[in-house]
Design a protein around this ligand. Structure first.
Ligand SMILES: CC(C)(COP(=O)(O)OP(=O)(O)OC[C@H]1O[C@@H](n2cnc3c(N)ncnc32)[C@H](O)[C@@H]1OP(=O)(O)O)[C@@H](O)C(=O)NCCC(=O)NCCS
Length: 226
């Protein structure tokens, strides 16, 4: 009997719309299974009209992946890192804060349906988000994740750390969380993630003019010496 080789259907990515709310919320919940209403704000975002260059107003990106039959198999939610809004080193300087929310993006969550993992869908969602933020003028993509995913994000080009440190004209600004790892990836060659002797974590440089760090720099616990 002649057999026809079957190929697993490919997947497609598109911006999630209001009609996708149910599917999107069900999938993105897989990224934070212990939370009763994770990413609840995405429901309000999806009710808004589509707005490029990201997908929705308020600097939000909601992506959905569908398999070859049109079934939703993956979701990604990205936008502004909320810590920037109330960080003492940034949030109290309105001009700096407004600049930073258009430079540093954050993937709030990404998830793939269990039976469809390992097919490159997560990688494609993340790569697409990086492209969209790059086109929108962003310099860095960031993400918080559990410790058991270090290898996954390192594999995708992220620097994984316990503390995000950014060199800004106001000095070094640092952010940590109680229970997650943090990772960052430059979206432009102008930005680097630099190891500086004495610094508690790699430092993100070049986001704003005059914030590059020379190779011989070192940190004494309070001051960056260059
Ligand atoms: C994390 C998750 C989104 C990854 O999605 P996925 O579609 O299974 O991953 P991909 O198939 O795109 O993997 C991409 C690459 O990473 C590799 N990879 C996968 N898991 C890895 C791991 N734990 N360590 C290192 N590399 C890994 C894959 O082999 C693949 O490599 P390749 O591109 O060289 O072939 C998915 O596992 C998931 O939904 N997990 C539950 C939700 C979650 O934890 N989300 C993240 C927190 S927000």
């Amino acid at each position: 009997m002649a057999t026809t080789p079957t190929r697993r259907p490919r997947f497609t990515l598109h911006d999630a719309r209001r009609a996708d709310t149910r599917a999107f919320m069900k999938l993105i919940a897989l990224a934070d299974p212990g939370n009763p209403d994770p990413f609840g704000m995405a429901r309000q975002v999806l009710a808004l009209p589509h707005q490029p260059p990201l997908s929705h107003p308020g600097l939000n990106l909601c992506l959905l992946a569908r398999d070859g039959h049109g079934a939703p198999v993956g979701a990604l939610l990205a936008g502004v890192p909320r810590w920037i809004l109330d960080h003492p080193g940034i949030g109290y300087d309105v001009a700096l804060m407004e600049t930073m929310v258009e430079k540093i993006g954050m993937i709030h969550g990404v998830a793939v349906r269990p039976g469809d993992r390992g097919r490159g869908i997560g990688r494609a969602l993340i790569a697409h988000a990086e492209q969209r933020f790059t086109r929108a003028g962003y310099d860095v993509m960031t993400l918080n994740h559990d410790g058991d995913q270090d290898a996954y994000y390192t594999h995708l080009g992220y620097t994984v750390t316990d503390m995000l440190v950014i060199n800004l004209p106001v000095g070094l600004v640092a952010q940590t969380t109680d229970d997650t790892r943090m990772c960052a990836k430059p979206l432009t060659p102008r930005v680097k993630v630099t190891d500086v002797p004495g610094a508690p974590a790699p430092i993100i440089t070049g986001v704003l003019p005059g914030t590059d760090i020379p190779e011989h720099a070192w940190f004494d616990g309070r001051t960056l010496h260059m």
